[in-house]
Design a protein around this ligand. Sequence first.
Ligand SMILES: Nc1ncnc2c1ncn2[C@@H]1O[C@H](COP(=O)(O)OP(=O)(O)OP(=O)(O)O)[C@@H](O)[C@H]1O
Ligand SMILES: [Mg+2]
Length: 286
Amino acid sequence: MTDGVDGDATADPIADTAAAVDAAPVIEATGLRYSYPDGTTALDGVDVRIEQGERVALLGPNGAGKSTLLQLLGGLIEPDAGSVSYFGSTTDADSIRDRLSVLTQNPADYLFNPTVREDLAYGPTQQDVPQQRVDRRIEAVAERLGLTELLSKPPFRLSGGEQRRAALASALTVEPDVLLLDEPLSNVDAANRGEILDLLGELSADDVTLVTSTPDTELLPHLADRVLLLDATGSVVASGSTREILTDTELLADCNLRPPQVVRLFEGDEPVPLTVEEARRRLDQR
Ligand SMILES: Nc1ncnc2c1ncn2[C@@H]1O[C@H](COP(=O)(O)OP(=O)(O)OP(=O)(O)O)[C@@H](O)[C@H]1O
Ligand SMILES: [Mg+2]
């Protein structure tokens, strides 16, 4: 650190402020508690800090509170206690809807227009993106997610997997800096999964922050580098690298989860492969 007395070029208060803003977490949540109106406690004091460009997974068994946490982080519901802030300043998620996109677990939440095309146009049109650019975004995202032929269909006439892809597409046409995705691959076939994972990889390379909820340890290594593990009581019981969490059999068992099959198969290897692709490379080397 410089005190600025020696005229160091970095001693610029404006640059320092910009650096401080850059360093601010994209999302910071403290002491989150949430109960549903019927009295079910979904989250019981959760702290989360997500840095820019991170790929973080919320992992936990059914009912752990992943979807509730994702909705709280996305500002779709208000906590009973605690707070969420974005980019180190605002606490109002609605003021940053052009930067933050949320995909909840139910695709129908996003599919309410007469056609898929109109659903994909909804977000950017709300943000006054010019029509030509909206159209370009729709064509590009639809092409990637295999939706081109479906754009003129009513969304309720799509299959389950097609609806999931259409809902994801509607989150992507906003071109957000931060994407919160609740089980984006469930119901999606292998080819489309691959395409979605490639696309998420490209977004991540472009510094888009990705927070994904999943109960699936097999998929997780493809989605995240860091994991927040929730247990059945709605608490975060561990936070660590994907490798640390997915190789801790006891910790996972405490949360009714199991390591990926390949981790069990290669137990004892150092480092143990987390994906089939890593395992294949390991075998090729032998
Ligand atoms: N609308 C609701 N009303 C009452 N209780 C609810 C409601 N939605 C969820 N819950 C309860 O809150 C808890 C957390 O649910 P949540 O949907 O966040 O879990 P999850 O980790 O996303 O599970 P899954 O893996 O099945 O998606 C569960 O006990 C669930 O039964
Ligand atoms: Mg859920």
